[in-house]
Design a protein around this ligand. Structure first.
Ligand SMILES: [Zn+2]
Length: 381
């Protein structure tokens, strides 16, 4: 949706990214606070004061949303689940965990930390507003605003839909009672989807009743929640299909290798066109020095193929992204898709023992998927 997120900071090892939609909301929020909200609640300030107060309130709201996300991240990290990044977007934020929680209790703790933090922020800023009182009207207005919005955020995030925290809280409860992460995800995703449709229906009725803007918001949030619920259950299916598979199960051990001095022309004729390989190891007496892929070859003008040694155009060993043989298959898939890799060498104790190609990986997933038991058979999307 509207382009890519961009990084703004790295805090405690977690990359903080902002989605362009958040900037739009920040601008809209600053404007509506400065031009509409505060002029109504606090009369008699100068235009400049409204804008300073409005913009400060919007930016501080941004900070409190970030604190909410860091609460999730802190609990996850303390429990040994890495959080590489946090993305702020139109509805707030998402903490990206590189792995699913391992128990219902863990999921509950991580999910509940966010709304709990929002409620604490609401209480603290509310009390601070009370303490400041009339002595500083501007600070009081900002504090009460933060208290109100954080209370709303806490409630909104407890709605039972993915990717909202409430969806995860619901899943953790279903997980504890069914004992199956997979079934719990399906239950939580269905509830989230149903909830999304309900919001859309409500939005439609609101719009018909004349509340067009509110109706559109409900429609939009509902549409977003149904999509997210479906995405979550698909991602989870993939993860459970790949459960129990590791890089060593996906690799090809008979990867061909060529010597560093072999001309590119010979590699193309004998291995690529000849045998259909898209990548070859370049090895010297069994020690891998690099990978030569079709993409590397394409960068060399055809006329130079006969006099260019493989070594000169290959991707050298130190620039190759590799995985350990014990890496879970799902992580390999994430790595391959995130980095756009066509092949990943598999290492065991520093030695290369196999090669996973993107094509081979996708074939394996398809095969595993077609043989997986307990996959829902309704294919209505
Ligand atoms: Zn949250």
């Amino acid at each position: 949706m509207f382009g890519r997120s961009f990084p703004i900071a790295r805090i405690a090892g977690v990359l903080v990214e902002v989605h362009p939609s958040w900037l739009l909301i920040l601008a809209f929020l600053s404007w509506s606070l400065s031009d509409q909200v505060f002029p109504e609640t606090n009369e008699g300030w100068s235009t400049a004061t409204y804008w300073v107060v409005g913009t400060s309130a919007a930016v501080l709201l941004f900070v409190t949303v970030l604190v909410h996300e860091f609460a999730h991240a802190a609990v996850a990290i303390r429990r040994g689940l890495p959080v590489p990044k946090i993305t702020l977007f139109i509805f707030g934020g998402v903490s990206h965990m590189s792995r699913q929680p391992r128990s219902a209790g863990e999921e509950f703790a991580i999910a509940a930390a966010g709304p709990a933090t929002s409620f604490v922020i609401a209480a603290v800023t509310g009390l601070a507003g009370l303490a400041v009182g009339g002595s500083n009207e501007q600070a009081e207005a900002i504090l009460y605003y933060l208290a109100g919005v954080n209370a709303v955020l806490g409630v909104f995030n407890l709605l039972p839909g993915f990717p909202l925290d409430g969806g995860r809280v619901l899943r953790s409860i279903a997980w504890r009672s069914t004992g199956s992460f997979r079934r719990a995800t399906r239950i939580a995703a269905s509830v989230g989807e149903l909830f999304g449709y309900t919001l859309m229906g409500g939005g439609f009725l609101l719009a018909l009743g004349g509340f067009v803007v509110q109706g559109l918001w409900f429609l939009f949030i509902g549409w977003f929640l149904t999509g997210a619920a479906r995405g979550e259950s698909q991602g989870m299916q993939l993860e459970s299909i790949l459960a129990g598979l590791f890089a060593r199960d996906l690799m090809d051990e008979t990867f061909p290798s060529v010597t560093p001095g072999l001309p590119v022309q010979a590699v193309v004729d004998d291995y690529m066109v000849g045998e259909g390989h898209r990548a070859l190891m370049v090895a010297n007496d069994g020690a891998v020095v690099g990978i030569l892929s079709v993409n590397d070859v394409r960068r060399v003008p055809r006329a130079e193929w006969p006099n260019t040694p493989a070594q000169r155009v290959m991707t050298p060993r130190e620039r190759i992204v590799s995985v350990d043989a014990a890496t879970p298959a799902f992580d390999v898939l994430m790595l391959v898709s995130q980095k756009g890799l066509n092949q990943v060498p598999v290492l065991e104790e520093g030695r290369m023992v196999g090669l996973i190609t993107r094509r081979h990986l996708l074939d394996r997933i398809q095969l595993a998927e077609s043989l997986a038991p307990d996959v829902p058979t309704d294919t209505n999307e």
